[in-house]
Design a protein around this ligand. Structure first.
Ligand code: ADP
Ligand code: MG
Length: 241
């Protein structure tokens, strides 16, 4: 579904990602772990055209894409690490979804408002929340709305950048449940970025570890605990037990 080949990204003289090869199969969830500053967000941002890699190719459904352009802009959706950053301060949740539906010309014009309401309700966002602007939302609520906005575009791939790190524990648990439900209902592919392994046990089909600019481990979740060899992978496993 998504194939990254030989992606290299540097800022000035400093190489952040070196010759990255990574794939995500249709309908599967890839968990990407790495310590802070290892280049996880930079990789995600390269996939949506917010950063431009020096070299490498990205294929979506076997077609070479220019990230952030044409159909790819709709089909790959990125959820920012800070959900507040993803939402316009001027738009209600319903307005944010409408903007996405209008922008990508999804459904007939007359059907969009009801479609937005239904999408929000499906994610547990009733009319009270749907009419609020971001300043009146908690972090967890803002994230749910940012997620609804990303899903409104009907993406093939949803990239979630540390979706749990800004949330308290009950909201983390609710978010894991919600992501599982979304995945079960929609069968979309996901790239979930995390700085620890624990939440990925419950979410991912595949785990990749990023360290020192490179992918140092890449295994199905069912084999990860037994077969991962890299010292960093072993450390993540030990910490998550
Ligand atoms: P992670 O998401 O894994 O914490 P990032 O991808 O945000 O890591 O950052 C990787 C490295 O790239 C860090 O050293 C960071 O300082 C650097 N970096 C990220 N964005 C820029 C930028 N726009 N200009 C210069 N350096 C950057
Ligand atoms: Mg990051």
């Amino acid at each position: 579904m998504l194939n990254i080949k030989g992606l290299t990204k540097s800022f000035y003289n400093s190489v952040v990602l070196s010759n990255i090869d990574l794939s995500i199969e249709k309908g599967k969830i890839l968990g990407l772990i790495g310590h802070s500053g290892s280049g996880k967000s930079t990789l995600a941002r390269c996939l949506v055209g917010l950063e431009k890699p020096q070299s490498g190719q990205i294929y979506l459904n076997d077609k070479l894409i220019i990230p952030g352009q044409g159909d790819a802009r709709q089909r790959i959706q990125y959820l920012w690490q800070d959900p507040m950053q993803a939402l316009s301060p001027f738009l209600s949740a319903h307005g944010a979804i409408m903007e996405s539906l209008n922008g990508f010309n999804i459904g007939s014009k007359g059907s969009r408002s009801a479609r937005a309401t239904k999408l929000l309700e499906g994610l547990g966002i009733g009319s009270d929340l749907a009419n609020r602007k971001p300043h009146a939302l908690s972090g967890g609520q803002a994230q749910r709305i940012a997620l609804a906005r990303a899903l409104a575009a009907e993406p093939n791939l949803l990239i979630l950048d540390e979706p749990l790190s800004s949330l308290d524990l009950p909201t983390q648990i609710a978010t894991i449940d919600l992501l599982r439900k979304i995945h079960a209902d929609r069968q979309i592919s996901m790239l979930i970025i995390s700085h620890d392994l624990a939440p990925l046990w419950q979410l991912a089909n595949h785990i990749a570890v990023l360290d020192k600019k490179e992918i140092v481990e890449n295994l199905p979740i069912s084999e990860f605990a037994k077969k991962a060899r890299h010292p960093l992978s072993r450390a993540y496993i030990q910490l998550s037990e």
